[in-house]
Design a protein around this ligand. Structure first.
Ligand code: BG6
Length: 482
């Protein structure tokens, strides 16, 4: 069997390709992770996208990789040699497809990775034409981006379309959060350490917070984002995936089937939020103009240049109805144009059951474990200690700090290389997509029925006051980075 791999990026001149996929492949090339014979086939729908392609790509790559030491002229020249460009309108079955078949040598048993960086509306036709041109063999994998669909029914229909041409094992649904090294480290923390294993449930844990805050606004993705909003863009996938990794039972092995089946159990155990609880358990927000890092930035509607009720911020309180997590609240939060870019998981432990110290010794705060995925990558455990400078009994919180110092790895590179190797462990199974939407859909429907406008928040803040209220009602607060 051949070991040669061709990577085809449909929509190869689009934003995702230029910002994420090509830089990731460039890094893989630089690191020597791509086989010598691996080719990268870039397809574009419009001829002018391919005019002076390498000049345009070279300067973009240089700017996306700026600050890293990977861009060198020599590496760029050898990387360019791998790239084949092709004009191809995926929905037209004509000689363009035949040309692709010639390039890929349809008769061969080469491994092929097809990355569909194209609108979901053309996934089906693209897969069908791949199949009709003899380009799907048992070594062909198709990679698709989140969010898959905009609700359960549309996601199922996309999955059904792809399933006609690719078996489930060869469908790689990407969620780049799973490719982050710190997310892998979360698994190591949980499943390679006895001390946490013993404490990882509602007997010791008071609540969990998972926050992904972003400082960016729309970044030019106006029409995409306004259709989608933060719940579909971030919660249905990234936040629920992180929640699964925090909450799942230890898998028997770290292989795709074992991990995915544990994650599905968590998603299925998520307690549906009832319409009457929406007001207490969910908050949607939208940013208005504000000051961010000393600069005034426009509000969402100004960036959009129109009216919209789409949410750019979501906060949720949810529960997982199983033995381990019974009645432990999980607070999820994400938003754009917030004060600081940060993704972190906070495990807040319960207070000690009985105090042996006099009041005068000071507070005994509950232990807190912080797992920060970005910008800094760190794990911190706050404990209470005796103040060693004081002769008397004086307690103080101290933090055990494991700081990984600089960001590690590139999530897209990691996941693309897994797709090339044929390891689906860090990709999403169809059943996970279905279960996630099944939990999200009633929230979307309820918001739509109530026609509630989003709460406004100033750019550069930590979100709307209603989100603070959501957690304050429970006698808790959000732990904000910084
Ligand atoms: C993407 C969302 O999936 O994740 C974007 O579509 C968001 O809206 C991005 O900005 C955040 O990813 P990261 O890795 O920068 O936190």
């Amino acid at each position: 069997m051949s070991n040669k791999t061709d990577i085809v990026i449909f929509g190869g001149t689009g934003d995702l390709s230029e910002r994420k996929l090509i830089p990731a492949l460039f890094r893989a090339h630089q690191a020597g992770s791509l086989q010598t014979e691996c080719r990268i086939i870039i397809t574009a729908r419009q001829a002018n996208d391919l005019e002076n392609y390498f000049d345009k790509l070279g300067s973009k790559l240089e700017s996306y990789l700026s600050g890293e030491d990977v861009f060198s002229q020599e590496v760029w020249e050898s990387f360019k040699a791998r790239i084949v460009t092709l004009l191809l309108d995926v929905s037209c079955d004509d000689e363009q497809w035949q040309e692709l078949a010639n390039i890929l040598d349809a008769e061969s048993d080469h491994h092929r990775v097809y990355y569909l960086a194209i609108p979901p509306g053309v996934f089906s036709v693209c897969c069908r034409l791949l199949s009709e041109h003899g380009l799907c063999n048992e070594n062909s994998r198709v990679v698709v981006e989140k969010p898959l669909g905009y609700d359960e029914a549309s996601a199922e229909s996309i999955n059904e379309d792809i399933a006609q041409f690719f078996p489930e094992n060869n469908i790689y649904r990407i969620d780049h959060y799973l490719g982050k090294e710190t997310v892998q480290n979360l698994l190591a923390l949980r499943f390679a350490n006895q001390i946490f294993a013993q404490l990882w449930d509602g007997r010791a844990i008071d609540h969990v917070q998972i926050s992904i805050s972003e400082t960016v606004g729309l970044e030019g993705r106006v029409s995409f984002y306004d259709e989608v909003g933060a719940l579909r863009d971030m919660v249905q996938n990234h936040l629920l995936q992180l929640l699964c990794l925090v909450a799942m039972e230890p898998p028997n092995k770290l292989d795709a089937n074992s991990i995915r089946s544990e994650k599905i159990k968590v998603l299925e155990a998520l307690r549906p939020i009832l319409p009457e609880d929406m007001g207490q358990q969910t908050v949607r927000g939208q940013y208005v103009a504000g000051e961010q890092s000393g600069e005034m930035v426009p509000g969402y509607l100004e960036e959009l240049n129109g009216g919209s009720e789409t949410e750019t911020f979501v906060a949720l309180k949810c529960f997982i109805d199983n033995w381990r997590w019974s009645e432990v609240p999980f607070y999820l939060r994400t938003g754009k144009r917030l004060k600081q870019r940060c993704a972190e998981i906070i495990i807040q432990f319960k207070t000690i059951p009985h105090r042996v110290y006099e009041e005068s010794a000071g507070n005994i705060d509950p232990n807190r474990l912080v797992i920060r995925l970005q910008e800094e990558e760190l794990i911190q455990l706050t404990i209470t200690s005796k103040n060693m400078q004081s002769m008397g009994v004086e307690l103080e919180p101290v933090t055990l700090n494991l700081n990984y110092n600089k960001p590690h790895g590139d999530a897209y590179m990691r996941l693309l290389m897994d797709a090339v190797k044929g390891d689906p462990a860090l990709f999403i199974h169809r059943d996970e997509v279905r279960s996630a939407w099944r939990w999200i859909d009633p929230i979307i429907n309820s918001w739509a029925e109530k026609k509630q406008s989003p709460h406004l928040y100033r750019a550069g803040s930590w979100g709307p006051e209603a989100a603070n209220e959501l957690i304050r009602r429970d006698g808790r607060i959000w732990f904000n980075a910084g």
